[in-house]
Every structure is written in structure tokens, then in C-alpha cells.
Design a protein around this ligand. Structure first.
Ligand SMILES: [Fe+2]
Ligand SMILES: [Fe+2]
Length: 222
């Protein structure tokens, strides 16, 4: 990583402690972002790299909140803006980075418009599918003391535990199977870049296979 980004990296490291959204995730998203950037035109790495490093800085605050009102993409954009102001970033750069962070979240009304925001969105979603996606989903599930499944009526569950902005109110009530059914399964149809779409194929095959087998083994129909 270039020297100029090390300070941002260290700042992120000091605020991230959640198991599935730790520095390993941040570094994978950073690497996948660079991989996708190589296949796209006119990508500003001075926008993309800080966005990738900072995108989940408010994740711990969102996890700690059980009211459903904290959205880590919205709060994270503000935290990133405040941090970058003290690091010689221009207002224009800060606005662009804040847009990328605000629009990186799957369950949100803020959609990526710039190429950097689309790349970050895709890189972050690729890290939620495939073998790594299964592993992260189960890590998060263990962290919040979830069961594998406890909601046979998905509509009822979504009404009670997923609030308007797509936030999950009580993570302890969530389950890996609900996460797969309501979010992970839909990821390939939401991707923006051609290279991410290609990369998603093998990953989804593995993930679908895992969750369909899991559902079959615990006999649940959704
Ligand atoms: Fe995120
Ligand atoms: Fe992320």
C-alpha cells in the first residue's frame, strides 16, 4: 500500500473491531477494488482507495445500536469526512469519498453514481459471497449469538426485525439463512461492473450450494 494511505489505514484499524468487518475484510475490499479498477476507465485511485479503506468505519457503532437508527454507511461517510478534513483532502475529494461510502451499503436508498462508488459497492459485495461470504456470515452469526434459523415465516420476520432503511433491529434475532434469503442471494443482480459480475459466478455457485444443502439438512422450506 502506498505511503500516503498508511495514515488512513491506521485510523481505520483503531476503530474497527467487529469480527466479520475487521481489517481483513477492509484489505480484501481494497484489493478487489484495485482489481476491478484495472478493468474500468478513468478511475481516480485517490478517491477509490481512501473510500475502500474507510467504508466500514462506523460498523461497530451500528452493531452496538439496537434501535435500528444507525446506518453505518451514513455515519461512516460523516466520520470519514471529519477525518479527511484534517489530512489535506480538498472539499471536492471529500464529497466524492463520502458519496462512495454512503452508497456502498446493500440495504439503503443511496445508490452509487460515480465509477469509484460502483467499484467499492461491487468489491464489498464480492466479499459477502463465495466461501468467504459463508465464513463471514457464520462469524457474524456466532458473534451475535444467532441460531441457524428460527423464522419459517420470512415476511413476518422482515416486518418485525428489518426497519425501513433496511437496518436489522436486533442482530441476535437474525439468522444466516435469513441473511442468505433476503440479501446474499440477490447480490449478483445488483452488481455494476462487468468484471465483478464475472467474479460473482463461481462464488455464487458455491454459496447457493452451501445454503441449499444446509436448508435441506435442517429441513426448512423458504
Ligand atoms: Fe459496510
Ligand atoms: Fe464492508
Amino acid at each position: 500500500m502506498e505511503e500516503k494511505y498508511i495514515e488512513i489505514f491506521n485510523y481505520v484499524k483503531s476503530v474497527l473491531s467487529c469480527s466479520a468487518h475487521n481489517m481483513d475484510h477492509v484489505l480484501r475490499v481494497y484489493k478487489i477494488s484495485l482489481e476491478i479498477a484495472e478493468t474500468e476507465k478513468d478511475v481516480d485511485l485517490d478517491i477509490l482507495v481512501p473510500s475502500a479503506l474507510l467504508h466500514d468505519i462506523a460498523r461497530v457503532k451500528e452493531s452496538e445500536d439496537t434501535s435500528g437508527s444507525v446506518d453505518h454507511s451514513v455515519l461512516g461517510a460523516e466520520m470519514a469526512g471529519d477525518f479527511l478534513k484534517s489530512k489535506n483532502y480538498s472539499d471536492e475529494q471529500i464529497d466524492k469519498i463520502k458519496h462512495c461510502i454512503r452508497a456502498h451499503r446493500f440495504r439503503t436508498g443511496n445508490y452509487p453514481e460515480s465509477i469509484e462508488a460502483k467499484i467499492l459497492f461491487d468489491a464489498d459485495k464480492l466479499d459477502a459471497i463465495g466461501a468467504i461470504g459463508v465464513a463471514r456470515c457464520l462469524m457474524l452469526s456466532g458473534q451475535h449469538g444467532q441460531r441457524l434459523t428460527n423464522h419459517e415465516n420470512m415476511l413476518e420476520y422482515e416486518k418485525n426485525n428489518i426497519v425501513e432503511n433496511g437496518r436489522i433491529k436486533d442482530l441476535a434475532e437474525h439468522t444466516p439463512i435469513v441473511e442468505y434469503e433476503t440479501k446474499l442471494k440477490k447480490i449478483p443482480s445488483k452488481l455494476y461492473t462487468e468484471s465483478a459480475k464475472k467474479m460473482s459466478k463461481g462464488r455464487m455457485e458455491l454459496m447457493n450450494n452451501f445454503f441449499e444443502t444446509l436448508k435441506d439438512e435442517i429441513k426448512i422450506n423458504i
